[in-house]
Design a protein around this ligand. Structure first.
Ligand SMILES: [Zn+2]
Length: 306
């Protein structure tokens, strides 16, 4: 450890300990891009809702947070991790979409007075599910959920936008309804790092809460971005590219194909759920939790197709 590193450790280490906050573990996957790997699981009291990949990007002027985790406590731990890396202010807190495991840490950054950034459709989506999300969070996490709340965006993106962190520009982009109707990606031009949010699931089964058709369209465009580094919403950081995208695309394409065929044969939704894609079970974590829901969602979407 260099003298400077020791000095920093004493400075930030003590400050962290004094406030009783444990810093979230983060990995610098590319220069200035720090990511935390969430647990491959649903939210439980044991993992404290820390199930999504979250992180931050550091410029010469300020810091942008990308997703804040599943609880206020996780958001605070992420903030402590930022303080262990830099004293620069947090100027942006970006939410890649509405899901609880990505947004409930937002309140930890309120005193930093950042812009809270999200898709133009994020606020409405959060508002429509707020009561359900709060109830589920308290039921699933108990005391670990204390103080968690929804902090809606103060700055919205519709199509594309850029954020200047000083010497580092982030390009934000919104997408056709896919994982949800408010998906947003973040691309760090300087390092070629793409933060996909839940438009990319690796190893953990993709969850359709928007449109399987839209998602397949988005994947074709994401493929063209050809990033050098990738932070998926769930699963290993910086996975092989494009193989990780290939696996997700194959699952969703097979899902759409098989559901269309079932509808064409006149099967009921129940018959479709009981037969489609069950041989995928060993390919994905959390399969039992989400696969049947995906078939149900795809059926509801595709039965209205011409
Ligand atoms: Zn999600």
């Amino acid at each position: 450890m260099s003298l400077r590193a020791i000095a920093l450790f004493i400075l930030f280490g003590c400050a962290t300990i004094a406030r009783g906050e444990t810093a979230l573990s983060v990995t610098q996957i590319a220069p200035g891009n720090y990511a935390h790997r969430g647990h491959d699981d649903v939210a439980t009291p044991e993992n404290g809702g820390d199930i999504a990949n979250v992180g931050f990007v550091v410029g010469t002027r300020c810091v942008a947070v990308i997703d804040t985790g599943g609880t206020l406590a996780e958001g605070r731990a992420l903030r402590a991790a930022i303080r262990a890396v830099t004293a620069l202010p947090v100027c942006y807190v970006i939410n890649t979409h509405m899901h609880p495991d990505h947004i409930f840490g937002n309140a930890a950054f309120r005193d930093d007075h950042p812009q809270f950034v999200g898709s133009v459709t994020l606020a409405q989506a959060e508002a429509s599910r707020a009561d359900n999300y709060m109830r589920a969070l308290n039921r699933e996490l108990g005391n670990a959920a204390a103080g968690s709340e929804i902090v809606p965006p103060t700055m919205t993106i519709n199509g594309a936008g850029t954020l200047d962190l000083g010497g580092r520009t982030l390009t934000l982009r919104t997408w056709k309804t896919a994982h949800t109707n408010n998906d947003l990606t973040v691309y760090d031009e300087k390092s070629g790092t793409l933060w996909t949010g839940d438009l990319l699931f690796v190893r953990c089964i993709p969850v359709v809460d928007g449109s399987v058709v839209g998602w397949l369209d988005d994947i074709a465009r994401i493929r063209q971005m050809n990033p050098r580094h990738v932070v998926p919403g769930h699963g290993p950081l910086d996975p092989p590219w494009p193989q990780s995208l290939d696996a997700e695309q194959r699952y969703l394409a097979d899902l759409a194909r098989d559901v269309r065929a079932a509808i064409k044969r006149g099967e009921t939704i129940r018959q479709a759920v009981d037969s489609i894609g069950l041989d995928e079970k060993d390919e994905w974590l959390l399969f039992d939790m989400y696969h049947r829901r995906n078939v149900t969602a795809a059926y509801a979407e595709l039965e209205w197709e011409q």
